[in-house]
Each structure stands twice: as C-alpha cells, then as structure tokens.
Design a protein around this ligand. Structure first.
Ligand SMILES: Cc1ncc(COP(=O)(O)O)c(C=O)c1O
Length: 393
C-alpha cells in the first residue's frame, strides 16, 4: 500500500550519485564536494547555550517560538534587509521552522487549493532545483512546472515566457535566491515583477532565501524588501535558515516570514503535523540571530575560497563568481562523465547537474552539462581539490 503520487519523483540526487559511483574506488583520498553541508565550525556559543538550556528538553516547545526568538528574528530581518521597524510584526508575520526544508515541503500543502483556474493547480519551480520542491508538489497531487533556466537569464526563470493560461493555473511559485545550484540572486526588479504577477494571478511566491547571508560583494535582496517598499506582504512567504548562515545544519533552525493570513494558515497546519524546534534550539538560535560578527567572519572564509577558485578556474569550464551561496556550477560538457572521472582519478566527489534537473518531454535536461561543487571545506582542501579537478578534466 504505497501512495502512487511519489512514483514520479524517482530517487534523490544523492541516492543517484551513490548508484553512479557504486563499486568505483576513489583515485585518491576522498574529498566530498557533493553535499551542501557547511564544514566551517559552528559558533562556540551554540553548544554552551544548548547545555545551559538542556532542562527545556523536558518541555514541549512553543509552536510560535519564544518572544526572545521572535524578536531576534525580526531584528535580524530588519538589519539585514533594511526593513522598516514594525513591518514584520513578530506575532503575526513569523513562524519558526525546523530548518527551511520541512517548511518548504509543508508550504505547498498549506497554499495549494484543490483546483486553480478550473483545473489541477500548478506549482512552478526553476529547473535545476532543490529537490524538496518537487517532493512537496508530488505530495499534493498538483502539477509541477519546471522552468528551464539559462546563463543568459542569470539562471532565473523567464517570467515573460509564461502564458496567461499557465499563470491562471498556478497556485505557487518556488524561487531560490541566491539560487542553489547556480548562486544567482534575484534583483529587486525581478522580485517586484514576480510579486506583481502573483497578485494579478493569485498565486503564492515561495521564496527560498536560505543562502541570503553567503554572498560575494552585494548582499542579495529579499522578496520582503520589495514587499516593504509597497507596504504589502500579500501572496508572499520568505524562508530563512541558520544552517548556512551560522554553520549549524544539524541545529535544524529556520523560519518563514510573510503575509499574515498565509502565516496563520501555516500555523494551523503545523498544529497538526509541524516539526517544532526544541526549547534549547530556540535559545541558541536567538543568540545566533542577534549576532552578525560570526556571519561576517564566515562570509570572509567563503570569499577567500572564491578568490582561490577564480585564480585556478578563471577562463575554464564557464567559471563565474556566483552572487551568493557556496556552490561552483561548472560547465564540463557532460556532468555525469566528469563526475565519474573525478571520483575515479582523483577521489573528488561532485554532483552531476543532471541529477538536480528535470528532463523535459524532448529528453533535454538543463543541468546535464554541469557539475555542482560545494565549496564547504577549508581553503587548503578547496585549493587542492580545484587544482586536481583542472588536471583531471
Ligand atoms: C536551496 C535550499 N533550500 C533549502 C535547504 C534546506 O536547508 P535547511 O533545511 O537546513 O534550512 C537547502 C539545503 O541544502 C538548500 O540548498
């Protein structure tokens, strides 16, 4: 007795990668660059606060977070995105999440109705995409529409290429900025256009902004900035996380911010099936959101590595410095062949772009020519890996 809805999903990119490299011995000591898991140390305060607050494991945690947590989140949003004081009301526009992934998954169940535009609702997403989006859509039985992204369009979906009929069917639109895997950040103009289409055609923008703190020179904008300029949060949910900002993917701490009615509906659904962060997690997250110094230091480490990557890769494999995030998205011609070769000859594990992309009806997968490298290790390991990569490819 299995739910057939999930059959279309196939296997996750990481299970596929395991299958691809199964039985092939690594050519050297393995360097794992396939997984977007920060390897920089978590701030010291995390362990200390969790220990100090361990008695809170004996209590069911509050679904809305503590007051201190909500204030810290609102304070961070206001600082980071220059939002006017009070635009994000802590009790009405915020909801804690156990990391963004579970929230992104549940959001589709919260916002997608039974029908839209007289038929099956559609949920749009960029292609390639973060795999949770497709899983979320499959769970609801909505139609997933995969929007191919190209370098010419800065790897963001072409909003003008979508017909009014398709917009009418659309119930939700996933946008990832800075994008995983390409690192492109949506501009204010792009977000403004998307939000205006959402209001015109009555769909919800699900903005995955979990990489907003990992950037090169320009801080990526949030969809919330566009909303603040219009003093209107309707049709918008913005997702954030401490996983990348503070190197604590194991803490499972994030939140969603947005329109009051959407947040209220989200809260109701979470009363039945939400993964609520534990009390000690709220306490540690409060301290992390109140502190920007560790984030600046973290960003400097990534910048140093992108400097090194630029020296090694400039002019090769379509190298570019991403606006944000910590991935290199390299055009190697055949991503699957390059992945196998890198593992077999150098022990470098990367992710083929094809595994992050969806194949269209003509057999075209926009991720196929690429490999994704997570630049999460220290500068020494990163430099060694990229130098070897050039030798092998
Ligand atoms: C684009 C994107 N969204 C969401 C997530 C989920 O992160 P978390 O649940 O740790 O906040 C990830 C993790 O790698 C990601 O790459």
């Amino acid at each position: 007795m299995l739910n057939p809805r999930f059959e279309a999903l196939g296997t996750s990119p990481f299970v596929r990668l395991r299958g691809l490299l199964d039985g092939i011995p690594p050519g050297d000591d393995p360097i794992m660059m396939s997984l977007g898991e920060p390897q920089h140390a978590p701030p010291e305060m995390v362990g200390r606060i969790i220990f100090e607050q361990k008695h809170l494991f004996g209590k069911y945690p509050p679904q809305n977070g503590t007051e201190e947590f909500r204030q810290a989140v609102a304070g961070w949003l206001n600082r980071r995105f220059a939002l006017p004081d009070g635009f994000i009301a802590e009790d009405r526009h915020l909801l804690p999440l156990s990391g963004t992934r579970e929230g992104l998954f549940m959001a589709v169940q919260v916002v997608v109705p039974e029908t839209k535009g007289g038929g099956t609702p559609a949920v749009m997403m960029p292609n390639p995409f973060y795999h949770a989006y497709a899983g979320a859509v499959a769970a609801t039985g909505a139609d997933a529409i995969f929007l191919p992204v190209t370098k010419e369009l800065n790897f963001l979906p072409d909003l003008e290429a979508i017909s009014n009929e398709t917009w009418a069917q659309t119930a939700a639109f996933f946008i990832c900025s800075p994008a995983n895997p390409q690192g492109s950040a949506a501009s204010c103009e792009y977000y403004a256009r998307l939000v205006s289409l959402a209001r015109q055609h009555d769909f919800v923008v699900l903005a995955d902004e979990c990489y907003a703190e990992i950037y090169d020179s320009e801080p990526p904008v949030s969809v919330l900035e566009v909303c603040a300029a219009e003093n209107n949060l309707s049709n918008v949910l913005s997702f954030h996380s401490l996983s990348k900002r503070s190197n604590v993917p194991g803490l499972r701490s994030g939140f969603v911010a947005g329109n009051e009615d959407l947040i209220s509906a989200f809260r109701t659904v979470r009363t039945f099936g939400g993964a609520i962060p534990p009390g000690p997690t709220y306490a540690a997250s409060t301290a992390l959101f109140n502190d920007d110094a560790h984030v600046e230091a973290n960003r400097a480490l990534y910048r140093e590595k992108f400097d090194a990557a630029e020296k090694i890769l400039s002019g090769r494999f379509g190298f570019y410095r991403p606006d944000g995030g910590f991935f290199l998205w390299l055009d190697v011609g055949d991503g699957i062949a390059a992945t196998t070769k890198l593992w077999r000859q150098a022990g470098i594990k990367v992710l083929p772009g094809a595994f992050l992309g969806h194949e269209d009806g003509d057999g075209h997968n926009p991720g196929a020519p690429y490999i994704r490298l997570a630049v999460v290790h220290d500068i020494e390991v990163t430099t060694r890996a990229l130098t070897k990569l050039c030798d092998v490819l």
